[in-house]
Design a protein around this ligand. Structure first.
Ligand code: C5P
Length: 318
């Protein structure tokens, strides 16, 4: 695949967590977790274009996501060229942000994965998947999921150890997007304080971890077949009580979805976004319109789950 002088564009989809169990804190400060990642249709758009000027240029449109050099797109591109052992070549990266930041939807992580996929296509490099995975994991715990192919995967470790699952048929859902951002590290801290107050020390939090001599208990058992109903039976998010307490708009959004029977309805990641499933796309649209009018400070949008993660599209050849 050669696109010398050309451009590549990619959709960088958001994810939701159909289930998220947080286990114990590790020596490196991260938490062991078990999660079911599911890609959804809401996406950012990334365009990569080769330029004559050496070095990287990043333009972000659609949201204020902080300094360019801290953006995961920028960091992913730097890491990519470092892995190749060469200075960054001339690339213009244009990111159109549609996925809100601090929402638990993995927007920044998906952008980073799209950058790595896009650079591979743009420069016809063939870094093997384990190397891309390692670059992704160093950038963020959710990045490796977005480098995979199935839209549904079980994540363990700190989220970067993946088992891809047979994707389910696309399914309609409503995303609730409260106008508050939940910082991931801050939410882990809040969860730890809540567990300490409730007397759930590290032993309790380590359920399923390596504290006992017995085989680790899997909190998210994957039945065969692992169909929608089986996934729905596991629906849970350990951050949910903390997020609802900290931000009333999250509680209102979840209550709204449940009153509309958009179930299961859950928090995504460490928040602030929530989601609920609807029987059809038309139901999802109707619920999103109704709840957007009813729930203050929350936008609701209809989307669907994705069976597959999208790959790069070559938009022209030079
Ligand atoms: O890996 P990522 O950059 O997304 O993590 C952001 C922060 O969230 C980490 O610095 C850590 O504080 C927390 N975190 C964690 N355990 C995880 C994932 C993230 O404690 N499994």
């Amino acid at each position: 695949m050669s696109v010398a002088g050309g451009a590549v564009h990619l959709r960088a989809p958001a994810k939701i967590n159909l289930a998220l169990r947080i286990l114990g804190r590790r020596a490196d400060g991260y938490h062991e977790l078990e999660t079911l990642f599911q890609a959804v249709g809401l996406h950012d758009v990334l365009r990569l274009e080769r330029t004559d000027a050496p070095g990287l240029e990043l333009v972000v449109e659609g949201a204020d996501v902080g300094p360019v050099h801290e953006n995961l797109v920028w960091r992913a591109a730097q890491a990519f060229f470092a892995e190749l052992g060469q200075p960054a070549q001339g690339v213009l990266l244009h990111l159109e942000k549609r996925i809100p930041a601090g929402a638990g939807l993995g927007g920044g992580s998906s952008d980073a994965a799209a950058t790595l996929r896009g650079l591979q296509a743009l420069f016809s490099t063939e870094l093997p998947h384990p190397r891309l995975h390692a670059i992704g994991a160093a950038l963020g715990s959710d990045v490796p999921f977005f480098l995979g192919s199935s839209g549904l995967a079980l994540g363990t470790g700190r989220g970067e150890v993946l088992k891809e699952l047979e994707p389910h048929e696309p399914r309609a859902l409503v995303l609730g997007l409260p106008q508050v951002a939940c910082g991931t590290a801050a939410m882990y801290g809040a969860l730890a304080r809540r567990r300490a107050e409730q007397g759930q020390g590290s032993a309790a939090a380590m359920q399923g971890g390596s504290s006992s001599a017995a085989q680790p208990r899997t909190l998210l058992p994957l039945t065969h077949p692992f169909d929608r109903a089986a996934a729905d039976a596991l629906a849970c998010n350990d951050f949910e009580p903390v997020a609802m307490e900290l931000h009333p708009s999250i509680a209102q959004a979840l209550n709204g979805l449940r009153e509309e029977h958009a179930v299961p309805a859950l928090l995504s990641g460490s928040g602030s976004a929530v989601f609920g499933f609807a029987p059809t796309a038309a139901d999802a649209e109707r619920i999103a319109t109704r709840l957007s009018a009813q729930v203050a400070d929350v936008d609701f949008v209809a989307t669907t789950t994705l069976a597959r993660l999208p790959g790069p599209d070559i938009t022209f050849r030079g």
